[in-house]
Write a protein that binds this ligand. Sequence first.
Ligand SMILES: *[C@@H]1O[C@H](CO)[C@@H](O)[C@H](O)[C@H]1NC(C)=O
Ligand SMILES: *[C@@H]1O[C@H](CO)[C@@H](O)[C@H](O)[C@H]1NC(C)=O
Ligand SMILES: *[C@@H]1O[C@H](CO)[C@@H](O)[C@H](O)[C@H]1NC(C)=O
Length: 270
Amino acid sequence: MATQTNLLLVLLTSLLLSSLPITTRAAASELEDEHEFTYEEGSEKGPEHWGEIDPHWRVCGNGEMQSPIDLLDKRVEVVSGLGKLKRDYRPAPAAVMNRGHDIMIEWKGDAGKININRTDYYLKQCHWHSPSEHTFNKSRYNLELHLVHINSSGRIAVIGITYKYGRHDPFLARLIPYFGSVGSVENDVGIINPGDIKFGSRKYYRYMGSLTVPPCTEGVIWTMVKKVRTASEEQVRAIRDAVHDGFEQNARPTQQQNGRTVLLYTPGPL
Ligand SMILES: *[C@@H]1O[C@H](CO)[C@@H](O)[C@H](O)[C@H]1NC(C)=O
Ligand SMILES: *[C@@H]1O[C@H](CO)[C@@H](O)[C@H](O)[C@H]1NC(C)=O
Ligand SMILES: *[C@@H]1O[C@H](CO)[C@@H](O)[C@H](O)[C@H]1NC(C)=O
């Protein structure tokens, strides 16, 4: 049974991951590819047109539950019933990879899980967007980290953490030495402990959204940490320098909330 579940997980993960890097392979070979997308607003392959580039990407254009969104306290429902975010991460071997539009750390072993609504979601990879994709009351920050988890039926849960310029981020400091030479082929980075990623606050926003890159798949459970953390300008520049030309800015514009509920969890009595 356990083996079967593992197999299913591996299968789902490879499906998920293979659906994402299509654009990257294109970008890596520096060929003009019909699947390529850009972040340049107003350009033919820019965010307004992602839904027209590939039939599998239509939801990028006509989806009603797209990400990222603006998070504003006035529009959110404050609750304590959501419960503390249950993280059970563990150190595991990882590899770094340049997907063209971003830099990704992929865990190769069991990096642990989070638990939402009594369902376990296993940590698979993390990657960065610069500037931030989610905004807080329209304020966009310098960087956003996405921790991508998947459950055994293939449901995705992403935790997002935003950063502004300030003190360096220790987790990035451990990884940046590998970014300079990173290519489209995986590079081992040794054992990485996702527990080293600091949240800095228990407060978080919760809403239902999508992947923020094509195919913009919906049904993603979003958890956005409320606290804005810091990373140094040099660290953000290192990430921007590592991605392919034209992807130095890889933040999708915010999408319509369309009446979706956004919850804000705060611990203790309100
Ligand atoms: C969690 O469960 C509650 C109650 O069943 C449901 O209303 C809510 O949509 C669920 N949240 C997520 C993120 O699945
Ligand atoms: C959001 O920003 C506006 C304009 O800067 C400000 O007037 C308002 O107080 C802010 N709202 C919240 C909830 O922070
Ligand atoms: C995966 O998550 C979805 C959505 O929360 C849930 O309906 C499903 O039961 C979960 N699968 C397992 C095997 O826990």
